[in-house]
Structures are given as C-alpha cells and as structure tokens.
Write a protein that binds this ligand. Structure first.
Ligand SMILES: O=C(O)c1cc(=O)[nH]c(=O)n1[C@@H]1O[C@H](COP(=O)(O)O)[C@@H](O)[C@H]1O
Length: 284
C-alpha cells in the first residue's frame, strides 16, 4: 500500500485551491444564543453542523475548538466527530484545536486519539503545546506524519498573557518562542512544498518578534478579526513572502457572528477570503 500524501503537501494544495483562510468553528455559548439556539447539546449540534456546512465548502481548512464541544460532555464530543466528518466531506482539511501536550507516554494516547492511522477522532492536524519539552511531541509528529497528518505547535500565541513566558530568553539568547520555531524547522528540513510541523504565531504579536524564514512549514495565525489584528498587521508581522507560503490567518467569532442565516455566513466568509487575497496577490 502506498504511503498517504503528507499533510504539508495536502495543505499546500488546499491553499492554492481555496486561499489561506482558516475558519474557526467555536460554538461559544454567547454565539449559540445570538443564533437563537438553546445552550445545550441540541443547540450545539445545530450551530456546529450549520457553520461547518457553509465554512468547510469555502475554505482550505477549518478549525473546530474542542473545548466548546467537550463542555457538553459525551453528546458534545459526538457532535465534534460529526463536524470533522462533515468538513472533510465538504472538501476542507480539519485542524482540530485541542492544544494537547504531555509526557511522551501519555502523548502517545493523544496521538492515538487524533492523528495516528485509525485515530478515533481523525483530524488532518491538531494543535499541540510544547511546554513539556519539544521532544515530548516528536513521536506524535512521526506517527502523524506516517498517517499523512500534522501538528501546529504553540510558539507565540495571540493572547496578551503569553508574552512573559513565551518571550522569555533562554541562556543562548533566543526567546522560548523562537526555540519552538527552530525545533519545528529542524523537523521540516528538506520537506516540500511545506513541512508537516506548523507553528502557532498570533497575528497580534509585534513585527520582528519571531524569525519564521527557516520554518518551511505552515503558520497558524489567530488573532485576526475578533482579537483586533487586521490584514495590515498580518503583512507587518509575517511579510508578503511568508503570507504567500503557508500562513493561515484564523478567524472564528468575526465570521460566525454573521449566522445563523447560511447565505449571510457564506457572504461573510467570502468577504474575509477576499480581504486576504490582496496581500497574497501583491506578495507574488
Ligand atoms: O491555537 C489556536 O487556535 C489559538 C492560538 C492562539 O494563539 N490564539 C487563539 O486565539 N487561538 C484560538 O483561535 C481562536 C480565535 O478565535 P477568535 O478570536 O474568535 O477569532 C480560538 O479558538 C482560540 O482558542
């Protein structure tokens, strides 16, 4: 049997076809209410499946946030499984935002859950945390890679509290965040057109904080939209060359607030895609 196509290659193709926007599927209780839905598992189901049907038909990759599903217990996790399947049927890749990270032996169980061949909730990629040491993630990367799946490692996150920890300096002078990027780059060496190990770098961070030029992998850039970052910020933080090669601006609430009407949601996601197309085209 031939090896599955690698995640980085699949993502590069999806970006070429549909643009780089990553649409977040974050069923916040407040959004369920705004959509006129009950804040229970039935409301979650209608919100999440309705949003996925529209967003996964329009974008290269969707990002369901697991916590909003887990909050409803087993019924919520069952909805998450359906979201993953529905998104794939609609032609989008699925980045499951679970931000997992643990000692290697426990990380193996998260790997089996999400990115190994035959995973229970099989995503195309997951978000992972490097704070038990980057090495604790390497088996997950290797196993996911064999199954054609990837990871996005938290490097410099979009939230204001992140700065003190992630921008702390190591004895060699690099920031913690830069060391995460460099470790990801080492695992992506030689891969083309994009490696399977992405990093998370918020669109809200200061320009020049991170050197991503050697990453050779995708960058998830949340913070665009509801957290205040604009297209101009994306250009300032990442530069046109990187924006044209694997930066995925992620937006959740700013798009989802346009539901529940499917046509209005579709118009909103298309408008966001078009907004992003400017720097992409200019960057080539
Ligand atoms: O890993 C993430 O997705 C993530 C990393 C980060 O640095 N900042 C961040 O906001 N996120 C997630 O991205 C989404 C942002 O949602 P909005 O602010 O509504 O666009 C949420 O699901 C967050 O959990």
């Amino acid at each position: 049997m031939s090896a599955p196509e690698r995640f980085g290659a699949r993502l590069a193709k999806a970006i070429s076809a549909r643009g780089p926007l990553c649409a977040g599927i974050d069923p916040h209780p407040g959004l369920l209410e705004a959509w006129g839905l009950p804040v229970d598992a039935s409301g979650l189901e209608r919100f999440a499946l309705g949003a996925t049907e529209v967003l996964a038909a329009e974008t290269a990759i969707v990002k369901p946030q697991s916590a909003f599903f887990e909050a409803f217990g087993a019924a919520g996790v069952a909805v998450l499984e359906r979201v993953v399947a529905l998104a794939r049927d609609a032609g989008a890749l699925v980045l499951l935002d679970v931000k997992r990270g643990d000692i290697g032996s426990t990380m193996a169980a998260y790997t089996a859950a999400y990115v190994a061949g035959g995973a229970a909730i099989a995503a195309d990629a997951i978000t992972v945390s490097p704070y038990l040491g980057f090495g604790s993630l390497e088996q997950c990367v290797a196993t996911g890679r064999e199954a054609g799946r990837g990871v996005f490692v938290l490097a410099r996150t979009s939230n204001p509290e992140a700065h003190a920890l992630q921008s702390a300096k190591l004895p060699d002078g690099r920031t913690v965040a830069q060391s995460v990027v460099d470790a990801a780059a080492a695992l992506n060496a030689g891969a083309g057109p994009l490696g399977d190990v992405g990093v998370v770098a918020g669109a809200t961070i200061a320009p020049g904080e991170l050197d991503l030029t050697a990453l050779n992998g995708p960058v998830l850039a949340p913070g665009f939209g509801a957290q205040g970052a604009t297209v101009a910020d994306l250009r300032a933080v990442f530069g046109d060359a990187l924006l044209a090669k694997g930066v995925l601006p992620a937006s959740s609430r700013d798009i989802l607030r346009h539901g529940p009407d499917a046509a209005a949601l579709r118009t909103a996601v298309r408008a966001t895609r078009e907004l992003l197309a400017g720097p992409q085209e200019n960057g080539q």
